[in-house]
Design a protein around this ligand. Structure first.
Ligand code: ADE
Length: 236
C-alpha cells in the first residue's frame, strides 16, 4: 500500500503501486483537464495515464519511510516528502541555495495561502428543468503546475469533519516516464497483479515544486513544511 523511497547513485527512486485504487496512490486518465480513475487490472493503460500520489510530509508512526531526526513541534516525525528532501540533501540533488529558496518562498506566501483565500461556490446557471429543479454549477478552485514528466495539483475541498476548506496536494507522474521491474513503462496493457513502477528523481525541481505546493496550500502546511526544510538542512 505504501510508497517505497530510496536513494541510489544518481537519484532518488520512488516505487509506486498501480493496483491500489483506494489508497493514496491512484492511476488516473487525463480527460478534459480532469483525472478519471482507471480500473488498471481490466483496462489497457495509455500514454495519457498518470499516477496521482497524495504525498505527505509527516506521520505519527516510525517506519522505513519516516525520518526520525526530523520532528514537528506537535511530535509528528518527517515522512515521504521529508525522506525525499533528506535523500536529496545527501545526494547533492538539493544544495544549500535550494533550501534557502524553499524557505524564502514559504515565508513570502505565508499570508496568502489557498485555504484562507479561496472558496467553493455554486452559481445558478439557466432555468428550471423538470419538477421545479434549477441547475447550478459548482466552481472548485484547482491549481496546477505542469512540468515535463509530472504535474502538481492543489485542490480545495470542504473539510471532512469540520467547518471550512482544506487544500489537498497531489504529485502526479505520467506513466510513460516510469518503469516496471523489466525497465519498461506499463503502457498498452493492463497492470499485472500487484505491479509497481519506479520513477527516478534526478534533479531538484520536482522536490522544490512539491514543497512550494504545500507552502501555498495552507498556513498550517506552510509552517510545517518550513520547519521540515529547516531541519533537513541541519540534520540530513
Ligand atoms: N496532509 C497530508 N498529506 C496531504 C496532502 N497531500 N494534501 C493535503 N493535506 C495533506
Amino acid at each position: 500500500m505504501h510508497v517505497k523511497i530510496y536513494g541510489e547513485s544518481g537519484g532518488i527512486v520512488l516505487e509506486l503501486p498501480l493496483t491500489k485504487p483506494t489508497g493514496k496512490v491512484r492511476v488516473k486518465r487525463r480527460t478534459k483537464n480532469f483525472g478519471v480513475p482507471v480500473a488498471t487490472r481490466r483496462e489497457a493503460l495509455l500514454e495519457k495515464d498518470y499516477v496521482e500520489w497524495q504525498i505527505s510530509y509527516a506521520t505519527e508512526e516510525a517506519s522505513e519511510t519516516a525520518v526520525e531526526s526530523v520532528r514537528l513541534s506537535d511530535g509528528r516525525i518527517g515522512f515521504e516528502l521529508a525522506k525525499i528532501l533528506c535523500e536529496a540533501k545527501r545526494l547533492g540533488i538539493l544544495r544549500e541555495r535550494d533550501f534557502k529558496e524553499m524557505k524564502e518562498f514559504a515565508k513570502s506566501v505565508r499570508d496568502k495561502t489557498i485555504e484562507e483565500k479561496e472558496e467553493i461556490v455554486r452559481i445558478r446557471v439557466g432555468e428550471e428543468v423538470a419538477g421545479g429543479f434549477v441547475r447550478f454549477e459548482e466552481k472548485v478552485p484547482v491549481f496546477v503546475k505542469e512540468a515535463d514528466k509530472y504535474f502538481i495539483e492543489i485542490v480545495l475541498r470542504h473539510k471532512q469533519k469540520a467547518v471550512g476548506f482544506q487544500s489537498m496536494v497531489y504529485l502526479c507522474i505520467w506513466l510513460k516516464n516510469m518503469e516496471n521491474s523489466e525497465g519498461n513503462p506499463p503502457i498498452g496493457r493492463p497492470a499485472r497483479r500487484n505491479e509497481h513502477v519506479k520513477f527516478k528523481i534526478t534533479d531538484g525541481n520536482i522536490i522544490k515544486d512539491v514543497v512550494k505546493a504545500f507552502a501555498i496550500a495552507s498556513r498550517k502546511h506552510n509552517q510545517d513544511i518550513s520547519e521540515i526544510v529547516e531541519q533537513v538542512l541541519e540534520k540530513c
